[in-house]
Design a protein around this ligand. Sequence first.
Ligand code: SF4
Ligand code: SF4
Ligand code: SF4
Ligand code: FES
Length: 962
Amino acid sequence: MLNYFDPREYRIDPNRDLGTPPALSETAVALTIDGVEIHVPDGTSVMRAAALAGITIPKLCASDNLEAFGSCRLCAVEIEGKRGYPASCTTPVSEGMAVHTQTGKLARLRRNIMELYISDHPLDCLTCPANGDCELQDMAGAVGLRDVRYGFDGANHLDAETDDSNPYFSFDPSKCIVCSRCVRACEEVQGTFALTIDGRGFDSTVAAGQDEDFMDSECVSCGACVQACPTSTLMEKSVIEVGVPEHSVVTTCAYCGVGCSFKAEMKGDQLVRMVPYKGGDANHGHSCVKGRFAFGYATHKDRIKEPMIRESIDQPWRAVSWENAIDFAAQRLKGIQAEHGRESIGGITSSRCTNEETYLVQKLVRAGFGNNNTDTCARVCHSPTGYGLKTTIGESAGTQTFDSVMQADTILVIGANPTDAHPVFASQMRRRLRQGANLIVADPRHIDLLDTAHGGEGLHLALKPGTNVALINALAHVVVSEGLEDTDFIARRCEPGAYNTWREFIQEEKNSPEALEAETGVPADKVRQAARLYASVGNGAIYYGLGVTEHSQGSTMVMGIANLAMATGNLGREGVGVNPLRGQNNVQGSCDMGSFPHELPGYQHVGDPAVRERFENLWHVKIDDEPGLRIPNMFDAAIAGHFRALYVQGEDIAQSDPNTQHVEQALTSLDCLIVQDIFLNETAKYAHVLLPGATFLEKNGTFTNAERRINRVRKVMAPIAGKEDWEVTQDLANALGYAMNYSHPSEIMDEIAQLTPTFTGVSYAKLDELGSIQWPCNAEHPDGTPTMHEVDFPIGKGHFAVTEYVATPERSNRRYPLLLTTGRILSQYNVGAQTRRTENSVWHSEDVLEIHPSDADLRGIRDGDWLGVSSRVGQTVLRCRISERMLPGVVYTTFHHPGSGANVITTDSSDWATNCPEYKVTAVQVEKVTQPSAWQKHFQSFDRRQHDYLEHSSDESNFAIK
Ligand code: SF4
Ligand code: SF4
Ligand code: SF4
Ligand code: FES
């Protein structure tokens, strides 16, 4: 007897499609299928039960990621005691049921159904791009169809026109069998509702939007419909061009912090398509346009394919061997340290690189350079999360799995735009909202999530930029003053002294929604309504993004969020929690791996002698006990002349950091800048050594996503320049005289596990066995920790922190009357270096300035005008888009294109605790202009010159290290 009742007892092969989703009932039902006895949860379909028993029932309209629909009837079965031939996908099992899936009558019925489908289908299987990968073809074979009695001359859809408007997939309606899997995938999996079935009966067709081209519809190109389609109607263009893939490797997307798993499907050594992997614990087989389609940058002609060096940035590059490039870099670094001291050099790790690579760069700095001058791009995004969460709940990480959102009753999204920045998680969130959860969005801008059809209440708290702390205090004030606290949780889990101090503070009248209404711009009654929804309707879950952290009070706001969660007992179980939505793929990992100047891996402070001793024993060096320089300090020290050399792996600080002109001045001041990247990025234009980087497809390693989930990155193709990134860091360490001798990233992970208490149970073998692991993974939690803080906090009791609101100095005034805030959009990623080199640019070819109609009217501005945007540090010029998404007085732009100069205007105002820049608030003025800004003109000529230097690089025939 097969027992599939307890899912912990078995693992289902993610490559199999069991036909319908699992049932979650806790009651077991016993039945027989073709004589095989099986136990399954009540509510399971006959089709799924049969599949679990190893019996395949033919199907076309069913798939186990969609609710059963019952339209094709191919899955008919016979059930003893029941009349007719019920569809097995829509028929639930019942106790004692006896099912027969293979009888003469069923065989005839299924052949007849297939015959009807095939009579309206082009018979071009041999030349069809899906030949060999087509469910219709498979089913025709499975039911034994050999002939079509009706002929092919009757009414059909064979000359329907193909829609090729989407850059990545085509829609050929002549092959459509109207199974509606695509429509249901768009609704149920993606949550976009871009597709419908138009017409009835024979005239039924799939229509995008209002019967438009896919590109003109609401379609966001996630690919869910393409994956769902059982025919070649919806098909990746790459498969049409290259052919059906032959083999695959499971790996992890290198774009955002969701960390979706994909099957990289190959033909020979060519990557044909990325198919979201159903076994991926973060994405369960879903994807967004970036991970699914935007991988073409990996083979783009702009890839740096050989190491290069030069004496000064006013010289062309010289292509040299790896050995010579590494020697050149090492000699420069040694020379600078000899002349200017140990502290005069440093390194920057990358949140796009793997954990192992990041670990190695900070190790190189601490052990090879002999100082703690290491930092990472999290400095400019989530460093306040580290500070704020460590102070209050003791661990710098999100508390939940993504799946936990399915248990949330009220979802509070603060300063995040999940549909654009974390799209696959947004689809899951939308599913929960459709089931009836309440939604509260605190954001100056109207985000798409607010337009999601949902069962519960939806509230938009459109606060003024820079007033987050005032809003969180007002919400907490309502919780305390209206008696909505979870007193039991507070008594059990929180320090009483800190709690009482905080309670006294938060009750003060100055923190009431009424007192803060003028400051935040949010009506007091809305704040009260939101607080009641979050605090008293079952499970309240908070998700936040860079709209929380990138402020002068970023760390205060993170603490305010933790206070609110503790006060309402919304921590330590499924459906609740405090969840930073991490931007880049491995921001969590780069922080975990000790990238910050004050912390060794696992957030262990360099000032702690016991911690240092463990590292020193394994690394065989003395570790400096003083924290090193943060990125902004490195820039200041470079300009002041104390800091002379920098190794930057996979980051583009010249584009991504604020106050571009200040950054450029710092980079130009360096004697030696070593950049390791896949392209000549903005930072590399200031470099003396350019080391080719490897894409995620070209290496082994791990990424850690926003749920603390460690996922394997597996090599799909050979590195274009011959080395994975960790090998380059190792070579540099060895050339500097600090020995590193790893032969595979798994050995680096073994070392990480030895030194990091939250990683002691992590190994590649365990990752391969479990698929992924959420840290902490150690003796206490051998298989990882999906939900944190269930029993206590790492600091024992939760610590309430007083969060006094201090208005940002970056306020609007007569000279700069508008507030600029920045963000991302779905199709582009971060500085755009990857996505700009893909077809994704069709959706976003330039950054624009969004401005409210009233502000535009006041200035005589029309849509499409060129606007000069000036702040107290600089000016740039962007094209105008008039939009009602913002409040009056607020303008918005993205920073995906370097020439836009969005960061020329952002200032170096920053978070008081961590120096995270205040990207989200810059006081600006806008006016109509006719030409680019002075900075943009300089950028264009510098850019041309640097590309010229690259194109005219010489080889190493006349190379000699000086
Ligand atoms: S690609 Fe995604 S959004 Fe577009 S129609 Fe298909 S499922 Fe819907
Ligand atoms: S396009 Fe594909 S998935 Fe959609 S109805 Fe047609 S055959 Fe079914
Ligand atoms: S949601 Fe993020 S991780 Fe997933 S496919 Fe998109 S970019 Fe990649
Ligand atoms: S698979 Fe069951 S009706 Fe189509």
